[in-house]
Design a protein around this ligand. Sequence first.
Ligand SMILES: NC(=O)c1ccc[n+]([C@@H]2O[C@H](COP(=O)([O-])OP(=O)(O)OC[C@H]3O[C@@H](n4cnc5c(N)ncnc54)[C@H](O)[C@@H]3O)[C@@H](O)[C@H]2O)c1
Length: 459
Amino acid sequence: MTMFSKKIACIGAGYVGGPTMAVIAMKCPQYKVDVVDVSEARIKAWQTDQLPIYEPGLLEVVKAARGRNLFFSTDISTAIRESEIIFVSVNTPTKTFGEGAGKAADLQYWEKVAREILRESKSSKIVIEKSTLPVKTAQTMENILNANGKKIRFEVISNPEFLAEGSAIQDLLEPDRVLIGSRETPEGLRARQEIVEIYANWVPREKILTSNIWSAELSKLVANAFLAQRISSINSISALCEKTDANVQEVARAVGMDSRVGSRFLNASVGFGGSCFKKDILNLVYISESYGLNEVARYWESVLQMNEFQEARFVRMIIREMFNTIVGKRIALFGFAFKADTSDTRESPAIHIARKLLEEKSHVAITDPKALDNARIDLAGSGSDADFLEDPYKAAQGAHAIAIMTEWALYRSLDWEKIYKYMEKPAFLFDGRNILDHERLFEIGFNVYPLGRPPLKHF
Ligand SMILES: NC(=O)c1ccc[n+]([C@@H]2O[C@H](COP(=O)([O-])OP(=O)(O)OC[C@H]3O[C@@H](n4cnc5c(N)ncnc54)[C@H](O)[C@@H]3O)[C@@H](O)[C@H]2O)c1
């Protein structure tokens, strides 16, 4: 029997737990890694080559370790009992009910897991917050876990995950940094060191940051808030560019070449999505309010308001430019995932935009290379006037307009002349990601509406 030097469990086999543990297992064959989840369907999928999530390079990493030192199961109790280190990466959505509804984090899944860890454990363990949590959650976790008559001790560590969906494997293999926060007691520092050791198997030491536990919890919320803020900032400027005939791409280039600002996350778009940005900012807003910091709360809240404004004005532009009515017109949405290279559609701007277009009684044809199954679920109950088609050419057949929702690279290399021929005339193209060659599309015959740049119209 193989002797493993560490036994690690991960509770929650989602977008974070699955890829993170697969990379740890691949890089550290000396550790046993058990990934567990309440969802039988998800676990079953992890055991096959039809993984439950799409992420470039994920299948190769899973296959390198699965059955060797990486195991997926629904047996949560055994995984807890047999491990010394437990990562928890269950979901922490925004509360939809009661006090703090619409803002505070819903910690019911996390607390349930903490109680389960407490019930099943027969020895001391390190419990790692991998989920994104409000600052000070570790205190609650410690209180729950250490209120035991068993004489066992739990050290709670905050190790937030900074991976981005679509590039998760690359981000995990070569992270900008890994952050590990702990209590600064001798036991806390020892536990911190154990987790540092795991990452040191492949991450250079200077990229492994350690901090106090509250800084680690807060840093994750702040990192997401700053990223979202950059998107809202450039989107606010895109609206101003449209009024002034400035070109947001030229402005972004000029601003981004300032090394103090940097060029990334300065693409104007239809808005940010994903499961994290909105929820984490709401969290920051709620915490700030609860400490009486109302100005801080309003400041961050405006990042979300700008995102909603950007989605709403995109729909308004479509209706206005298509002669103030889209009733009965076919509009093809190219892309439904919240970003390229993922099947994830959580909080995707495409959901809100598709619903609005359906409310206006248009017919919506949705195409996406990876996210159609999720799109069907997202739009269930929003009326039956939506088609879901793998093939973008079929989605464009008979369409009055195309709206680019996701920056999938494949949309750049489509045969746009063929698409133009398939469409009703005048043919409209709304580029919600500014990814296409607008001049060329205009020459083909399209009326082209980029974001934050003058439109190219034939009338
Ligand atoms: N998705 C991202 O890009 C990303 C990045 C960084 C951090 N995060 C954070 O990581 C956390 C997880 O996010 P995700 O995207 O992986 O979510 P997810 O919904 O994909 O996965 C969570 C999993 O936890 C399982 N689960 C819930 N309660 C459970 C319980 N009591 N016992 C066992 N399993 C349980 C669910 O069945 C689900 O499979 C969130 O806090 C999120 O904010 C996400």
